[in-house]
Design a protein around this ligand. Structure first.
Ligand code: SAM
Length: 461
């Protein structure tokens, strides 16, 4: 009896170390080879045959460590008494992983320290393992609030700086969120906390090809507001028959809502030509293509990059409606002016609204990225308005709440052109609560449970 219990404990220990090794290897790939965690981690889990429970632990460790890397780095540097630049990269990643377990999980401190030290011993050398042991013991001397008190700017005088440290975001992103939330401190903290929660797996059926009932009978729950959406509580979406057959795809409910909103705006006159200006990889194009069936319209899906245009073609494969995929630069349209009745511009952006899905993205993005993206967004929106006929509608969408990519882009383009006006977008997201004062809509993870999608609807005069 006691032998089998001991065996059970040993198995559990070995499994836990497998999870930590996978997390460590994922961190190395992300930080050394610029890999994306959401791509590299599933591959590692598959390769090593990790079971579901350990995969969940490895995912929590990888995502949690990456999200708060900036905070853990400051703590580790303090405890190491030297700059990270003076440490071996594998040691840095192991210390981040150890700090995460000590400060943000329920892993017992002795296990957090000893398993991390083992990783360093295996992957670096004994001397580095002793060093890691000493550093992590110091990290564990206080909790995250204690470290925030010691290392973060005071909450009273620099709220953004304090929250950036406490909730693992770069300060420039915290300030951008604060501006978009009009300085509401409580909402700001809730938004940052929501960014550190795993995002639900949201699915969308392609209208005319699949229906929500099929997803529900496969174990998903109907989405709260999108008539085409469902949420998968557990399991791999890639295994669902509807997803494999292209009748449904993975798509955030916020993305569905802004796309459906464009199709709902009343327009007088013809409703035959729809344009998706920035279509790759094709999630919104697939939904739009299904929605063209109502008025019997055709969809032109445009994408600048060839390989992403191929993904759009894949997403549209099997759609019974009329559609075409075109590789083109939408800032310099090859189509005539005023050629379309509805235009979707889902603009390239910083992606600050989807940080919960891409744990490393917040540290890769720089505030210097905003200026060039904004210039591109302005140029695309100007082309979008030129492309729609008078009375037609343009939906300007970003998955970023940064004001320099949202409201002020629209303000500047409307001011410079004078031939388009905002339409209140809120009525086209029926049932969705807390949409603010309008006319534009800003969704938030902490309010709506969606990515922070922004939508402005503009009618050509
Ligand atoms: C935010 S993504 C669009 C996501 C897409 N709507 C979906 O739901 O799957 C922006 C896309 O615009 C493309 N893009 C960037 N600049 C462009 C341009 N000048 N003309 C057309 N497409 C462009 C990018 O390659 C990228 O695929």
């Amino acid at each position: 009896m006691s032998g089998s219990r001991q065996g059970g404990r040993r198995d559990a220990g070995e499994r836990a170390d497998l999870a930590r090794t996978v997390a460590f290897d994922a961190l190395r790939a992300v930080n050394d080879d610029e890999a994306y965690a959401n791509l590299v981690l599933p591959e590692l889990l598959r390769e090593r045959g990790v079971n579901a429970r350990d995969a969940a632990f490895a995912t929590e460790l990888t995502y949690g460590t990456l999200r708060s890397t900036g905070t853990y780095d400051q703590i580790v540097q303090t405890c190491a008494g030297r700059s990270l630049a003076d440490l071996d990269p594998p040691v840095i990643d192991a210390l981040r992983l150890g700090a995460h377990q000590l400060l943000s999980t329920r892993v017992p401190p002795h296990a957090a320290v000893s398993t991390t030290v083992d990783l360093v011993r295996t992957h670096v050398h004994e001397g580095a393992a002793k060093f890691a042991n000493a550093v992590l013991r110091r990290v564990g001397e206080q909790d995250l609030d204690g470290w925030a008190e010691q290392l973060a700017p005071p909450r009273e005088t620099d709220l953004a700086g304090y929250l950036a440290f406490r909730h693992g975001h770069p300060a420039w992103i915290v300030r951008a969120f604060s501006d978009a939330l009009r300085g509401d401190a409580e909402a700001l903290e809730a938004a940052l906390i929501a960014d550190n929660e795993p995002a639900p797996v949201a699915l969308a059926v392609r209208p005319g090809r699949g229906d929500v009932e099929e997803l529900v009978s496969a174990g998903a729950q109907p989405a709260r507001w999108s008539p085409y959406g469902a949420t998968l509580v557990s399991g791999d979406p890639g295994k669902l028959a509807a997803v494999r057959a292209g009748r449904a795809g993975v798509q955030d409910e916020g993305s569905q809502l802004v796309t459906v909103a464009l199709s709902r705006v009343e327009i007088s006159g013809p409703d035959e030509r729809w344009l998706d200006m920035c279509a790759g990889p094709g999630g919104k194009a697939a939904l739009l293509a299904g929605l063209t069936a109502g008025p019997g319209a055709q969809l032109l899906a445009v994408e600048k990059h060839e390989h992403r245009a191929r993904l759009v073609e894949q997403a549209l494969r099997g759609d019974p409606g009329e559609h075409e995929v075109l590789v083109a630069d939408a800032t310099d349209p090859p189509w005539p002016e005023e050629d379309f009745d509805r235009v979707l511009l889902d603009a390239p952006c910083t992606g600050l609204g989807a940080l919960r899905r891409r744990p490393e993205a917040r540290w890769r993005r720089q505030s210097a990225d905003v200026g060039p993206l904004r210039r591109l967004q302005i140029s695309l929106l100007d082309a979008g308005i030129r492309s729609v006929r008078p009375g037609g509608i343009v939906a300007y969408v970003t998955c970023s709440p940064h004001l320099a990519e949202t409201v002020t882009v629209v303000d500047d383009v409307l001011k410079s052109r004078g031939d388009a006006e905002r339409v209140d977008a809120r009525p086209y997201l029926p049932g969705v609560p807390d949409l603010g004062d309008g006319p534009d809509v800003q969704l938030w993870p902490h309010v709506h449970g969606t990515d922070a999608m922004y939508l402005a609807l503009l009618r050509r005069k």
